[in-house]
Design a protein around this ligand. Structure first.
Ligand SMILES: [Zn+2]
Length: 351
């Protein structure tokens, strides 16, 4: 690659801080302070990122994924304290923040598609999105930002959009949005059994979308080596066969060992490897166009260090996970997890 630095777009907006529960909630605005620290540290070492002005997603754009009835339900809650379920609060500014977060995801796609080769970007959005189903928000999520980004890319003429979801929870909302649609390949790695309970390897899609929904459920305790093996053996081979023309990531950082909600053992290096892997896929198939959207991650230090490593990997040369992974031997249980996922994939992909 030329030494010239690639543009990296940044989506952020003060309204994302205004989504705040009345009492303590792990999905809190302080998370943004952590990710902004990471961005500052990264920018200090490399030079600036290109800030994008997020806009509000319109009803029509939101209804590419969500039902009009759900959009109306959110509008009725605008300005009030309420909740969609026990986990998912709404504060007076939450609906406005969700519209801006979704619009930020769309602005990121617009910027990537309009940019030179190798442009990447990160959207530091709140509230997160990947649990939001077409007809209801759940799991801290109101609007499904990454699904809306993918739908927008399809609307703009992309033919094959890949979404890798490395948040520790299964991206059930994103799965639901594209379960019958081969134009979006969805790959989720997640702790199982765990919230929200979906994401079995046998959930491979339906109808024309059969084979284009990939779940890699992993037992609690998975380390950098487990995720690196999952990427090497399953995720990257499937992505290379699919050859996406846009690469998106649901970038949650709650599989970090320090995370208080989950039980995985990833370090920042683990995220660096995964980010480098998707960067390589984007390079090989999608003119380098890669967009990352923030999902979960509830330990502030884990969030900051992991996002910084991710940004460095996205900006740097692509390295296959196998080139950097210390291939610590996997336990029988961990090997079994990967083998079960591979068995579900083999009718559709060479893995
Ligand atoms: Zn999560």
């Amino acid at each position: 690659m030329a030494a010239k630095e690639r543009p990296i777009f940044l989506v952020d907006d003060p309204i994302f801080d205004e989504h705040r529960a009345r009492g303590y909630h792990p999905e809190r605005p302080e998370r943004l302070l952590a990710v902004r620290h990471a961005v500052s540290a990264f920018a200090g070492s490399r030079g600036g990122l290109t800030s994008l002005a997020p806009r509000d997603a319109s009803d029509d754009e939101i209804e590419r994924v969500h039902t009009p009835r759900y959009v109306e339900q959110l509008e009725q809650a605008d300005g009030l304290f309420s909740a969609l379920d026990d986990d998912t609060y709404l504060a007076p500014r939450s609906v406005a923040a969700a519209r801006r977060a979704a619009g930020g995801a769309l602005a990121l796609v617009d910027a990537l598609l309009g940019a030179e080769d190798g442009a990447t970007g990160v959207a530091l959005v709140r509230p997160p999105g990947h649990h939001a189903r077409p007809d209801r928000g759940m799991g801290f999520c109101l609007l499904n930002n990454v699904a809306l980004a993918a739908a927008h890319a399809l609307e703009r003429g992309k033919k094959r959009v890949a979404i890798v979801d490395w948040d520790v929870h299964h991206g059930n909302g994103t799965q639901d949005a594209f379960y019958r649609d081969p134009r979006v390949l969805f790959i989720s790695l997640h702790q199982a059994p765990f919230y929200p309970g979906s994401g079995n390897a046998a959930e491979v899609g339906d109808g024309e979308g059969t084979g284009f929904n990939v779940n890699v459920p992993l037992s609690a305790g998975a380390s950098d080596a487990v995720y690196a093996a999952a990427f090497d053996r399953l995720v990257l081979p499937v992505l290379d066969q699919y050859a996406p023309d846009l690469m998106l990531v649901s970038a949650g950082f709650d599989a970090h060992a320090r995370d208080p909600l989950a039980g995985m053992m990833l370090s920042a290096e683990g995220f660096r490897r995964m980010a480098s892997g998707v960067r390589g896929v984007a390079e090989r198939h999608a003119q380098g166009h890669l967009g990352l959207l923030l999902e979960g991650g509830y330990d502030l230090e884990g969030l900051e260090t992991s996002l910084l490593a991710t940004l460095e990997a996205v900006a740097g040369p692509a390295v296959a996970p196998s080139q950097v992974a210390d291939q610590a031997p996997l336990s029988m249980r961990q090997t079994g997890d990967l083998e079960r996922a591979a068995t579900a994939l083999r009718p559709f992909w060479k893995v």
